[in-house]
Design a protein around this ligand. Sequence first.
Ligand code: ADP
Ligand code: MG
Length: 261
Amino acid sequence: MAAPHLKIEDLHVSVDGKPILQGVNLEIKGGEVHAIMGPNGTGKSTLASVLMGHPKYVVEKGRITLDGQDVLEMSVDERARAGLFLAMQYPAEIAGVTNADFLRSAINARRGEGNEISLIKFIRQLEEKMKLLDMDPAFAHRYVNEGFSGGEKKRNEILQMMMLEPRVAILDEIDSGLDIDALKIVAKGVNAMRAPERAFLIITHYQRLLNYITPDHVHVMMQGRIVKSGGPELAERLEAEGYDALKAELGIEDATVGQKA
Ligand SMILES: Nc1ncnc2c1ncn2[C@@H]1O[C@H](COP(=O)(O)OP(=O)(O)O)[C@@H](O)[C@H]1O
Ligand SMILES: [Mg+2]
């Protein structure tokens, strides 16, 4: 599997006619872990949704390519097959479909007809990953996310990521609502998946997740664009000083976007 190369150029996106993203530039390569941090309402989840092809978000301008291929031309399915994966901030429940069935269908959809994973291999992998994530085996046979606690949903998103082995994993606020033990387990899952042929885009409001997953690059989003980039020390600075100090430095009064009609 070749290392991925995701490139976002001058991306402008609107929702319901409201401009949200206003010129995002970002380049992510295999082996790298990028973190996007920022206050709430600055466009982080919008970027994740646009990468996956959520129909609500309208690209007004700019380009997204994966290995030189135009991502914006691809359907959601094609994006998944190309290796893009999104762990959502608010994972959906799927009534009537068990976790195991869902995962097997998703894996086979990605592998394509004639190349389906054997049942034995699937079960072996599922058991192994669930053990690593300290998940009760019973969760394999429960309906996807139905009745799961916030923390269980997040762990389940990481299980999906581990089973699907994406080339570019986008994790949106995977740390929200997790206690410190669950956070460590989620980080263990992510770290176990770090590889030269895989890249991560980790979206988080707080620095604490980055104590357990050391990013190569840290970006701060405000007003729908990346206003500052650096290394792990940038996250530490934000932890120490908060977002207000950076806002003052950049002369930004209101970091949010799209709030006004
Ligand atoms: N589906 C949507 N419908 C309407 N407004 C949206 C939608 N998604 C995002 N927005 C708006 O875009 C802005 C940025 O939101 P979001 O990307 O979720 O920010 P963040 O993830 O940084 O908190 C907010 O003002 C939000 O209300
Ligand atoms: Mg968000």
